[in-house]
Design a binder for this molecule. Sequence first.
Ligand code: ZN
Length: 87
Amino acid sequence: MSSRQHKGRTRKLCNTAFNQVSLNGEIIERPWLIYSPSTGCLFCFMCKLFSPNSTSARAKRGFDSWDHIGRLGDHERSTEHQQALTA
Ligand SMILES: [Zn+2]
């Protein structure tokens, strides 16, 4: 568990953010997800390193909206991320 102050509230990042649950209930790790304590953000290092057009602000800035953890799944399915995976 990690936590940080955000707008006066402490938000906690649950370890489940680092995993995804597949359709058959199996838990799959997200090896591309890294946490930066200095910025309090989650990053996709695959896109940070391999994205051919890393113009994505999110890839550079990281995920700072932990309350929208579903966005990680959106990112995972994004074309940019898939390209970075195959790079
Ligand atoms: Zn990515």
